[in-house]
Ligand binder design. Structure first.
Ligand code: HEM
Length: 525
C-alpha cells in the first residue's frame, strides 16, 4: 500500500527550490467555502466523472493537450500523464491563476519547481485522462542521453533512448521524496507493467534499479546518501507505468540529497539471454494434499517484480538430466492475514501441484528450506492495456490454472485504479472438494469485496458437495460470461488457464457465444 505523504518541507530545502512560483515563502490563496481538501476528496468519491472522457484511458498527443487550455476545459500533463484539472481549479491551494500557467502543456517542470512534495498522483487520481504520447506528426525523437545521468536540484533525472524502438519505450525519468524514516524513489515509465529488479549491495547504500521496457533495459545506479534497510517495497501502477520503491532508512534523519550517480558501462542495453539466478528456498507449505506453496528468495539483496501473467522457467538437474518447467509467480495470499509466516516483500512465490509423473513438480514439492533453485527471466504475452476499456473480467480456471488468475484478481480489484473493474468473476474447476486451491481465501474475498464472485465447480464431486458439478459447458459459461454484443464489446474480457482440454472447450464455447479472439486471453500450460 502507498505510504501517506505528509508534505515534507525539508524536501524543499534539499532541492534548493523556493517553494513558490513567485519566490514568496507562502503563496497560498484563500479557497472558497466548500473547497477544502476534504471537499475535493469527497467530490472524487461522488461518482462525478472528473476526467470528462468517461473513464477510458487515452493516449494524448501534445496537440490534443493544447486544445484543452481554457479554465473551463483544462488539461495538464505531469510526468507523462495527462489530467483534467477543470474541477480542481477552485480547489488548488495556489489559486486558479497559478494553475493556469501549466494548462494545455507539459507542466512537469513548473510543477516540480513550485512544489515537488505535492502528491499529484493521489490528489488527481480521479482526473486521469491518459498518457502523453508523441505527436503522430513529430519525428518521434526523444532526447537521447545514452549512458548519462543528469542530476539537478537534489533529484535525479535519467532519460535514455534508442532510435529503433517504440517511442513509448524510450524514456524513464526518476524522482524521489523522503520522510524522516523513509525514502521513496519514483520511476516514471510509459510501460504497462515494467519489470523491475532492485539490487542493494555494499553497506546497504549501493543501489541499482533495472527497469525493463520491451527490449530495453534502463539502469539506474546510485550510491545513496546513507544506508537503507532491506527488503524494500516495490509497487507498480499499471495505469500510469509508475514504479515506486520504498525504503526504510537505517537511521532516521533527513537526507540532503538522494545520493550520487555511479557511471556504469552499458547503462542501456538490449535484453537478451539472461542467466538463471540461484534462489534459496525460504519455505514450502501445503495448500492442499498435493499442492505446495514455495517461497524463494535471492541469495543476495535482489528483488524482482514480475508482470502480471508472466511465467518464469525453473531449471533443475534431476537424475542427471536438466529439466526446465515454467511456473507463474503469484502473490503469496489474497489477503495479508493469509500470508505464510516466512514471507517477506522480496520473496518469489510459486504454487506447484505435484503430478505423479511430473519430474519437476515432485522435485520442487520435496524442496527444503535453504535448498537452491535456478530461476530464469520472466516471459509472457498478456498486455494489460488490452483491458483498458474493460469493466468486467471473467476468469476461467481449472486446478493450478488458478495461479495467473491470483495476480489478475488482485490487480483488477486494487483500489487506486481509476478505471475500476465493476465485476470480477472466477469460474473455478477442480476434481474434488479437497483439491480446491485457496477456497477459504477466495470465498472470503467474495464476501469482503462485492465486485468479486467465485463459482466452484467439481468434476468428480462426492455426495456431500452441494455446489455445481460437471465439465465446462455452454450454460455454465453463459451464467458467468455475458453475451457478446458489438455495442458493448469492450466491456468484458475473459482469461483462461487450465489443462489443454479445458482451454480448448473454453475457447470453443466462447466462439459459440460470438467472442472474437481479441476479447479473451489463453494462458498456455
Ligand atoms: C503546474 C502549474 C502549477 C503551478 C504554477 C502551481 C502553483 C502553486 C503555488 C504558487 C502554490 C502555493 C505554494 C505555497 O505557497 O506553498 C501551490 C500550492 C499547491 N498546489 Fe499547485 N501549482 C500548479 C499545479 C498544481 C497541480 C496540478 C496540483 C494538483 C496536484 C497542485 C496542488 C497544489 C497543492 C496541494 C498545493 C498546496 C501545497 C502545500 O500546502 O504545501 N498544484 N501551487
Amino acid at each position: 500500500m502507498k505510504e501517506s505523504l505528509t508534505p515534507v518541507r525539508m524536501a524543499l530545502t534539499a532541492s534548493g527550490g523556493s517553494g513558490s512560483a513567485t519566490g514568496n515563502l507562502r503563496n497560498k490563496v484563500a479557497l472558497k467555502p466548500g473547497h477544502s481538501l476534504m471537499d475535493w476528496v469527497r467530490l472524487g468519491h461522488s461518482g462525478v466523472d472528473l476526467t470528462g472522457v468517461g473513464g477510458v484511458l487515452l493516449d494524448v498527443t501534445p496537440e490534443q493537450l493544447a486544445a484543452h487550455s481554457k479554465k473551463n476545459d483544462a488539461w495538464i500533463a505531469i510526468r507523462g500523464r495527462v489530467y483534467n484539472v477543470t474541477h480542481y481549479m477552485d480547489f488548488h491551494p495556489g489559486g486558479d491563476a497559478e494553475l493556469m500557467r501549466g494548462i494545455g502543456k507539459d507542466g512537469t517542470s513548473l510543477f516540480t519547481q513550485v512544489h515537488p512534495w505535492v502528491n499529484f498522483e493521489s490528489l488527481l487520481q480521479k482526473c486521469l485522462v491518459g498518457r502523453l504520447v508523441q505527436s503522430n506528426r513529430s519525428t518521434g525523437a526523444l532526447p537521447v542521453l545514452n549512458k548519462k545521468t543528469t542530476t539537478f536540484i537534489g533529484k535525479l533525472f535519467t532519460k535514455r533512448g534508442a532510435d529503433q524502438c517504440d517511442p513509448q519505450e524510450k524514456s524513464v525519468s526518476m524522482d524521489w521524496y523522503q520522510q524522516l524514516g523513509t525514502v521513496t524513489l519514483q520511476f516514471f515509465t510509459l510501460g504497462d507493467f515494467p519489470q523491475t529488479r532492485v539490487m542493494l549491495f555494499t553497506s546497504h547504500k549501493d543501489l541499482t534499479v533495472h527497469i525493463k521496457l520491451g527490449s530495453l533495459l534502463h539502469v539506474t545506479h546510485l550510491l545513496l546518501e546513507d544506508s537503507v534497510k532491506w527488503p524494500c517495497k516495490v509497487r507498480t501502477n499499471c495505469d500510469t507505468g509508475m514504479v515506486e520503491i520504498y525504503f526504510t532508512k537505517a537511521t532516521p534523519h533527513m537526507w540532503h540529497k538522494l545520493g550520487s550517480p555511479v557511471e556504469d558501462d552499458g547503462q542501456k542495453r538490449d535484453v537478451g539471454q539472461e542467466p538463471y539466478d540461484p534462489m534459496e528456498v525460504v519455505s514450502v507449505s501445503s495448500v492442499t494434499h498435493n499442492t505446495k506453496l514455495i517461497l524463494l528468495r535471492h541469495k543476495h539483496r535482489i528483488m524482482d517484480t514480475i508482470p502480471i501473467g508472466y511465467s518464469v522457467p525453473v531449471l533443475a538437474t534431476i537424475d542427471g538430466a536438466e529439466v526446465i518447467r515454467s511456473y507463474t509467480p503469484m502473490a503469496a495470499a489474497l489477503d495479508e492475514q493469509f500470508l505464510p509466516p516466512d514471507w517477506s516483500e522480496d520473496c518469489l512465490c510459486l504454487m506447484v501441484k505435484q503430478c505423479s509423473n511430473g519430474l519437476m513438480s515432485r522435485y520442487l514439492c520435496d524442496l527444503k528450506p535453504e535448498d537452491v533453485v535456478n530461476v530464469g527471466p520472466a516471459v509472457g504475452l498478456l498486455q494489460l492495456s488490452v483491458m483498458d476499456a474493460t469493466t468486467r473480467l471473467c476468469l476461467l480456471a481449472a486446478g493450478s490454472g488458478l495461479t495467473p488468475m491470483v495476480n489478475l484478481i488482485l490487480w483488477a480489484l486494487s483500489t487506486g485504479k481509476k478505471k475500476r473493474f465493476q465485476k470480477v468473476s472466477l469460474l473455478f474447476f477442480n476434481l474434488t472438494s479437497r483439491d480446491i486451491l485457496w477456497q477459504d481465501q477466495l470465498d472470503r474475498l467474495a464476501t469482503t469485496d462485492t465486485r468479486f464472485c467465485v463459482t466452484h465447480v467439481l468434476t468428480a464431486a462426492d455426495s456431500e458437495w452441494s455446489g455445481q458439478t460437471g465439465l465446462l459447458n455452454l450454460d455454465m459459461l453463459q451464467a458467468v460470461v455475458p453475451s457478446f454484443t458489438e455495442q458493448k464489446k469492450h466491456d468484458t474480457f475473459v482469461c483462461i488457464c487450465g489443462p489443454d482440454q479445458f482451454r480448448e472447450s473454453s475457447v470453443r464455447f466462447l466462439g459459440e457465444m460470438g467472442y472474437p479472439e481479441e476479447f479473451y486471453f489463453v494462458f498456455q500450460g
